[in-house]
Design a binder for this molecule. Structure first.
Ligand code: AHR
Length: 534
C-alpha cells in the first residue's frame, strides 16, 4: 500500500475530557519480567557468583572483572538490596512474570527446589550456557514477598508435561496433606502456601525459536485440556492464554478455542529493532520513537478478536490483555552473546513514554503489561557487582508509575503534525495512518484522603526537531492557577546514562503559572499535573 502524501499540517491542539472515562488504570500495567537470561537473575536479583556469572556486562562497568558483592549490599535472604529497592520503592512494580520467556520452554521446576547443593545443573537451551538452578520457585516467591510483588508464573508447554504443571500448582498452592504440598513445607520450613494466582499457559509457543513450537490449533487444543485440569487442582487461579502480537492468525485461532477457559490473552511486541544495514543509522530515530503506534493497533485488533470469540462462545466475563512482554529492543544490539544488554539512548526513552501512553489510552482492555525485562536484560536498570545505574528508559516508567496510576484514564483528542519518514514496522502509516508527532494520554486522579482532584496529562513530542506550542483545553472544568511540570529532555537524542554519568538524562520538575497552553520542546516527554478545584 502506498503512503498518502501529507497535504495538511494541522495546528497542534489537545483537548482533554475529564468526564469521559475510559477505565480505571490497572496498576498491573507497571509490571515486570525476570528471565533466566544473561545477568537478569544472576547478577540482578542474586549477586553473581563465579559459577553463575555468565556474561561480561556490555556497558563498561567499574567491576567488569568478577567481584564478590559485599554482604551488606544483600538482604538477609541474599537478594540484592539496590535492585529490590528501585523496583519496589521507586517503580512500585506490582507483579513480576517468571521464569521466562524462551527459557521456560525447557525448564523443569523440580530441578530448582530443595537443597541447593543437590540441584541439577543443566544445559540451557533457549539462550545457551548452563543453568545452576540456584534460583528456583521458593527463591522467586521469597524475593516477591520481600519486594511486595505479586508472582506470575509461566508453565513450560515445550518440554513440560501437564503432570509437571499440576505438580507445580500443587507445590505452590496446595494446602492439603499431599506429596508436593508437603514437599514445599519441607523445603521452606513454613506451612503457608505460596498462593500464586497468575499462571500463563506457555510462552511464545508460536515461535520457531521456541522449544516445542506448535501450530495454533494444536496449542489451543492442548491449552484447553491443561486449563481444565489445572482448575481441578486450584479453581482460583487466573490463567493467561498464549497469544502472539494480537493481530495474527494465531491470536484469532487461540482466542476462538480458549476464550471461555482463560481470564487474559497475552501478547508480545518490541519496538526499536535497528536496521540490519548500519548505513541506515540515520533512520533509527523515526523507526524507534513512532513504533509503539503498532502496539496500539495490536491492542485494538486483539480487542475485536476477543469480543468476536466471546460472542461465538457466549462468554459474558470480560477477557483482558496481558501485554506480558513489551519494550524497546534492538536485536542487533542486545544479543544472546551479551545477555541482551542494551545501552539505551534518549530517543529510546521517548519510545518508552509512548508505550506507556498506549497502555493508558487502552486501559479498558489492557490489564497487565510487563516490561521486558526488569534488570540488566533489555532493562531500565544495569548493575555492576556493587551498584546500579538507571538507563534513560527508567524515567518515563518512573513518572507514569508515580503519576498515571491510581486514577481513571480519560479521553483526549489531539491535532498534530504527522511523521512522514520510515517507521518500524513499516505498515504503521498505511494501516493505521501516519503517526502523529504529538502523543498524549490523561488520567483523572482523586486523592483518597482529601478528595482533591487533579488531571495528569502525559505528552510526548516525538518530532526530532520541531517544538510545538499547544493549546490544552480541559472540557467543562476550571483549572487551578499553577501547573506542576515534569520534563524529560536532552539536547542530544543519542545521550545515555552510564557509569560515571548516572544523571546525564534525568527528569526536571518545576511549577509554573497555567495559561492554557504549553510549549513542548522538540523530542521531549512532559507530564503536566493540573489541579481541578472543587
Ligand atoms: O525478552 C526476551 C525474549 O523475547 C523472551 O525470552 C521471549 O519470550 C521473547 O521472544
Amino acid at each position: 500500500m502506498s503512503v498518502p502524501a501529507d497535504t495538511t499540517s494541522p495546528s497542534p491542539a489537545l483537548d482533554v475530557f475529564p468526564s469521559a472515562s475510559i477505565a480505571p488504570v490497572s496498576p498491573y500495567i507497571f509490571s515486570g519480567f525476570l528471565e533466566h537470561l544473561g545477568r537478569c537473575i544472576y547478577g540482578g536479583i542474586l549477586p553473581a557468583t563465579r559459577t553463575t556469572f555468565p556474561h561480561t556486562p556490555r556497558v563498561p562497568c567499574p567491576d567488569a572483572q568478577f567481584t564478590e558483592t559485599p554482604r551488606e549490599l544483600l538482604t538477609p535472604e541474599g537478594f540484592r538490596v539496590d535492585v529490590l529497592e528501585v523496583l519496589r520503592d521507586e517503580l512500585r512494580v506490582p507483579l513480576v512474570r517468571w521464569p521466562g520467556g524462551n527459557y521456560v520452554s525447557s525448564y523443569n521446576w523440580k530441578d530448582g527446589v530443595g537443597p541447593k547443593e543437590a540441584r541439577k545443573r543443566r544445559p540451557e537451551l533457549a539462550w545457551g550456557g548452563e543453568e545452576s538452578n540456584v534460583f528456583g520457585t521458593d527463591e522467586f516467591i521469597a524475593w516477591c514477598r520481600v519486594a511486595k510483588i505479586e508472582p506470575y508464573i509461566v508453565f513450560n508447554m515445550g518440554t513440560g508435561t501437564l503432570e509437571d504443571a499440576l505438580h507445580w500448582i500443587e507445590y505452590c498452592n496446595g494446602t492439603g496433606d499431599t506429596y508436593y504440598a508437603n514437599l514445599r513445607r519441607q523445603n521452606t520450613g513454613r506451612d503457608e502456601p505460596h498462593n500464586v494466582k497468575y499462571w500463563a499457559l506457555g510462552n511464545e509457543v508460536w515461535g520457531e525459536w521456541q522449544v516445542g513450537q506448535q501450530t495454533a490449533s494444536a496449542y489451543a487444543t492442548k491449552a484447553r485440556q491443561w486449563a481444565h485440569a489445572i482448575r481441578l487442582v486450584d479453581p482460583s487461579v487466573v490463567l493467561v492464554g498464549c497469544g502472539e502480537t494480537g493481530v495474527d492468525h494465531w491470536d484469532g485461532v487461540v482466542l476462538d478455542e480458549l476464550v471461555d477457559k482463560v481470564e487474559l490473552h497475552s501478547i508480545h511486541l518490541y519496538t526499536g529493532f535497528g536496521p540490519r544495514d548500519r548505513s541506515q543509522v540515520d533512520k533509527e530515530y523515526g523507526r524507534g520513537v513512532y513504533g509503539p503506534d503498532a502496539a496500539e493497533y495490536s491492542i485494538e485488533v486483539c480487542k475485536g478478536l476477543i469480543n468476536k470469540a466471546r460472542f461465538a462462545r457466549n462468554v459474558s466475563k470480560p477477557i483482558k490483555i496481558a501485554f506480558d512482554e513489551y519494550g524497546v529492543w534492538d536485536e542487533t544490539v542486545g544479543t544472546p552473546q551479551n545477555g541482551l544488554e542494551q545501552f539505551y539512548n534518549f530517543a529510546d526513552a521517548l519510545a518508552m513514554a509512548s508505550w506507556l501512553n498506549v497502555f493508558i489510552r487502552q486501559a479498558d482492555v489492557v490489564d497487565i503489561a510487563c516490561i521486558a525485562q526488569s534488570v540488566n536484560v533489555i532493562s531500565p536498570l544495569i548493575t555492576s557487582p556493587t551498584g546500579l545505574f538507571r538507563q534513560t528508559i527508567y524515567w518515563p516508567l518512573y513518572l507514569f508509575s508515580r503519576y498515571m496510576r491510581d486514577g481513571i484514564a480519560v479521553r483526549v483528542a489531539l491535532e498534530s503534525p504527522t511523521f512522514a519518514g520510515e517507521t518500524l514496522p513499516q505498515w504503521i502509516a498505511s494501516v493505521k495512518g501516519r503517526p502523529k508527532d504529538l502523543d498524549a494520554s490523561a488520567v483523572l486522579h482523586v486523592d483518597p484522603g482529601t478528595s482533591a482532584r487533579s488531571l495528569r496529562v502525559a505528552v510526548v513530542n516525538r518530532s526530532e526537531h520541531a517544538s510545538y506550542e499547544v493549546p490544552i483545553r480541559i472540557a467543562f472544568e476550571r483549572v487551578g492557577v499553577q501547573v506542576e511540570v515534569h520534563e524529560l529532555w536532552h539536547q542530544d537524542v543519542h545521550a545515555r546514562n552510564g557509569w560515571g554519568k548516572e544523571d546525564e538524562v534525568s527528569v526536571k520538575t518545576r511549577t509554573e503559572r497555567w495559561n492554557g497552553r504549553w510549549t513542548f520542546r522538540e523530542h521531549s516527554f512532559t507530564l503536566l499535573v493540573l489541579e481541578l478545584p472543587q
